[in-house]
Design a protein around this ligand. Structure first.
Ligand code: PLP
Length: 384
């Protein structure tokens, strides 16, 4: 449902969110039910069984569509369940071209599950859209793109890739988890499918695992809905409610994530104990101009390599941080630190991950919305 009249900061609160039909509840109730009473066989109020549809999930799906400026939203049990549904659009022998520094779980799903069923995956540096084109064959069906990439913070020009996929009649799916729709809206740039791990910025409070897809095309929406219902990896009512609540503050959280992220990225870049910082807001970032063009700001995700550049150097720092919690995941109000090589990207073979820069010394920060002076003080003592 398009809410063309409202601005983004209002859409996150009102998008698709009419008061509940039963009693006018302003917040969508948690319809914790599996089934619904029918007057006579097949005669019901629009809901028959909660795998097929549930009112709390429907409210979330409308909200998801509106914040991505799309027509149709679908909510899944996790981000990976959402990706799994997209891949089930394909048939054995079909080929997929994906970003080479992909989220580790996506890589594992592609190579360890879907390759078994006959899908063929190619991984490529997508910073130049022309390099993708050289891999296209008659069997190519889907381009899978992540930007900013995780954890190297490379930026891919979504509009340039979309122009190329349109020319070849391919589907373009964008994993928009790192940016969130506050920073970029891939459907507006020509993508066919937007995917989210709502576990991260959309939920925003590290208290729920959930995935999302948003599309504009009704045939594509119907196919994905069929898969969602047939495979059954739907989000539950309570989890749907938590993400709905998270989305209402997405804009204010993102603004602070970006402000704190910028201050910390610059602090690290000037620090004598830091070797290299990866953050798309630096003017000398190789794709700064694309980031500036397609993103509203540069986000709160930062990777860096400490001086010394060994695993021991990285390990000492992550162990000594106190305000930053050492944990998987990202996008919550609290700051987290991760070690991609042993955590998020452990499922990618060492040579593969080192090729794209995920070395043993790399540290990844998800900058939260605490007082930034406390975050800087924590980094300062850990870097000492
Ligand atoms: C976390 C994440 C996923 C997977 O989502 P889950 O909700 O953990 O299943 C996919 N892509 C990116 C970029 C992620 O960060």
């Amino acid at each position: 449902m398009k809410e063309n009249k409202l601005k983004f900061n209002s859409i996150v609160i009102h998008g698709g969110q009419a008061p509940d039909k039963a009693y006018g509840a302003v917040m969508p109730p948690i319809y914790q039910t599996s089934t619904y009473a029918q007057k006579s066989p097949g005669e019901h109020l629009g809901y028959a069984y909660s795998r097929s549809a549930n009112p709390t999930r429907s409210a979330l799906e409308k909200s998801l569509a509106s914040i991505e400026n799309g027509e149709y939203g679908l909510a899944f049990a996790s981000g990976l369940a959402a990706i799994d549904a997209v891949l089930k659009l394909l048939n054995p022998g079909d080929e997929v071209i994906a970003t080479n520094d992909l989220y580790g779980g996506s890589y594992r799903l592609f190579n360890r599950i879907f390759e078994k069923y006959g899908l063929v995956f190619h991984y490529v540096d997508m910073q130049n859209a022309n390099t993708i084109e050289t891999l296209i064959t008659l069997k190519t069906k889907l381009i899978w793109l992540e930007t900013p990439t995780n954890p190297m913070m490379n930026i891919i020009d979504i509009a340039a890739v979309a122009a190329m996929t349109k020319k070849h009649h391919l589907l373009l799916a964008v994993d928009n988890t790192f940016a969130s729709p506050y920073l970029q809206q891939p459907l507006n740039l020509g993508a066919d499918i937007v995917m989210h791990s709502a576990t991260k910025y959309l939920g925003g409070h590290s208290d729920v695992v959930l995935g999302a897809l948003v599309v504009n095309d009704i045939d594509l929406a119907d196919k994905l809905y069929f898969i969602q219902n047939a495979s059954g990896a739907v989000s539950g009512p309570m989890d749907s409610f938590l993400v709905l609540r998270g989305i209402k503050t997405l804009h204010v959280r993102m603004q602070r994530h970006c402000e704190n992220g910028s201050i910390i990225a610059h602090y690290l870049a000037e620090h004598p104990k830091v070797e290299k910082v990866y953050w798309p807001g630096f003017e000398n970032h190789p794709n700064y101009s694309i980031a500036k063009k397609q993103m509203k700001a540069f986000g709160g995700m930062i990777s860096f390599i400490p001086k010394g550049s060994t695993y021991t150097d990285a390990k000492r720092i992550v162990e000594n941080l106190n305000v930053f919690t050492l944990a998987e995941s990202l996008g919550g109000v609290e700051s987290l630190v991760g070690h991609p090589a042993s955590m998020t990207h452990a499922s990618i073979p060492k040579e593969e991950r080192e090729k794209v820069g995920v070395v043993d010394a790399l540290i990844r920060l998800s900058v939260g919305i605490e007082d930034v002076s406390d975050l800087i003080a924590d980094l300062e003592q850990a870097l000492k």
